[in-house]
Write a protein that binds this ligand. Structure first.
Ligand code: ITT
Length: 188
């Protein structure tokens, strides 16, 4: 069965294909002729996931899903949250985002954080949402070169290494996205 994953993030695509790829033919935005950036102006992850999925459904009529993810840091009142992609700059500058996060936490005792992923699925015109959360903490410095985004700074609870130090399989088994995709599988 064919389904469109409404993302421009190649890392997300690889993670989701690793879990769903043998059951579904996951096609990308460019495969269905959408090359422009989808505007993400929602106030929450739920809204943005929905905006992205609806954008694709309205233009293609195809079954599709979208993922919106945020890193929520307790001592920063839940920031960067829905602004995770553009935390330090206007673009998706992972290194600048990580530098800013370390600077903001420099004088904070509590480094508790969580990743949250919301997936909006539109199938046969009906929309459903699922969520995945992983709790953890922000490391004192970057470690590892796997993953993407904030992975070099995020240590999930129960581990002493960052997501960037794990294999893709290890990350997917416990991550926000891995958990959201497991919920997605239940409703697909
Ligand atoms: P699409 O909207 O095209 O799917 P995006 O990169 O803009 O891609 P999000 O808005 O969902 O995706 O993600 C916001 C940012 O959060 C993203 O740019 C990364 O910096 C970070 N992020 C998302 N998932 C992550 C993960 O699994 N590990 C580390 N950082 C992640």
């Amino acid at each position: 069965m064919k389904i469109v994953f409404a993302t421009n993030n190649a890392h997300k695509l690889a993670e989701v294909r690793a879990v769903l790829g043998d059951k579904y033919e996951i096609v990308t935005l460019s495969d269905v002729g959408i090359i422009e950036d989808i505007p993400e102006d929602g106030a929450t992850l739920d809204e943005n996931a929905s905006i992205k999925a609806r954008y694709v459904y309205e233009r293609t009529g195809l079954d599709c899903f979208a993922d919106d993810t945020g890193l929520e840091v307790e001592a920063l009142g839940g920031a960067p949250g829905v602004h995770s992609a553009r935390y330090a700059t206007d673009g998706h500058d992972f290194a600048a985002n990580n530098r800013k996060l370390l600077a903001e936490l420099a004088d904070k005792a509590c480094r508790k954080a969580r990743f949250r992923t919301v997936i909006s699925l539109i199938r046969g015109g009906n929309e459903q949402q699922v969520e995945g959360i992983v709790e953890g903490r922000i490391a004192m410095q970057e470690a590892g070169c796997g993953g993407f985004g904030y992975d070099p700074l995020f240590i999930p609870d129960g581990f002493d290494v960052t997501f960037a130090e794990m294999s893709p399989e290890e990350k997917n088994a416990i991550s926000h996205r891995g958990r959201a995709v497991a919920e997605l599988v239940k409703i697909l």
